[in-house]
Design a protein around this ligand. Structure first.
Ligand code: ZN
Length: 204
């Protein structure tokens, strides 16, 4: 940890609780434009009475600064959550769950908020799609239909032990929506494409 703050912003005061995470892999900055635009769009959409939205601007600010997937300790924050499938054998996973300040911060916020939906921004090397963990199938289907991003099943990926989706989605049974933008894409075009679907998902 190099002392960079993990900043969170809470908007609205409605009963539905949503946590949006702008990024967790430092070399996947594509979601930052969407993260910056979201507060105004949320307010304009009139969701404040229905939803309390907490936005974590960036869960891995040291990695973002260094443009590395991992944090300053060389740990993949998205493998350091206390899921039953946590894998202690790979040093990149951090040895024990929640050994990293970034994962501890996100974990504490999830426990505190107990969100009805978690949305996480990532990017993928050659294409855009969405993915989900936990009871988020309907939300993911609707997001795919509105945005045009294809829904890709978790079974198409390598296992993700100790991921946020494993912990919050599969273990805690919270709907987790993962948005994968295409690496190097135009962030303004991405925002235009996913804006409606994102507000729809947040509104519930
Ligand atoms: Zn990622």
């Amino acid at each position: 940890m190099q002392g960079r703050p993990i900043r969170a912003l809470t908007l609205g005061h409605g009963p539905r609780r949503v946590l949006f995470i702008g990024g967790i892999h430092g070399d996947e900055a594509e979601g930052s434009y969407t993260t910056a635009e979201l507060p105004a769009a949320f307010t304009t959409a009139g969701l404040s009475d229905r939803v309390t939205l907490t936005i974590i601007e960036d869960a891995n600010p040291d990695g973002r600064e260094a443009k590395t997937r991992a944090n300053a300790n060389g740990v993949d924050v998205n493998r350091n959550f206390p899921a039953p499938n946590f894998d202690p054998t790979d040093p990149m996973n951090g040895g024990t769950p929640l050994s990293q300040p970034e994962s501890r911060t996100v974990y504490r916020l999830i426990e505190e908020i107990d969100p009805d939906l978690i949305v996480v921004m990532h990017s993928w090397h050659d294409r855009q799609f969405i993915n989900f963990d936990g009871p988020a199938r309907q939300t993911a289907d609707r997001f795919a239909a509105t945005s045009g991003l294809p829904l890709t099943a978790s079974t198409e990926f390598a296992p993700t032990p100790g991921s946020l989706g494993s912990y919050a989605g599969r273990d805690r049974k919270r709907p987790v929506l993962t948005i994968e933008l295409r690496r190097g894409s135009d962030p303004k075009a991405d925002w235009q494409q996913i804006r409606g679907a994102l507000l729809e998902a947040i509104g519930g």
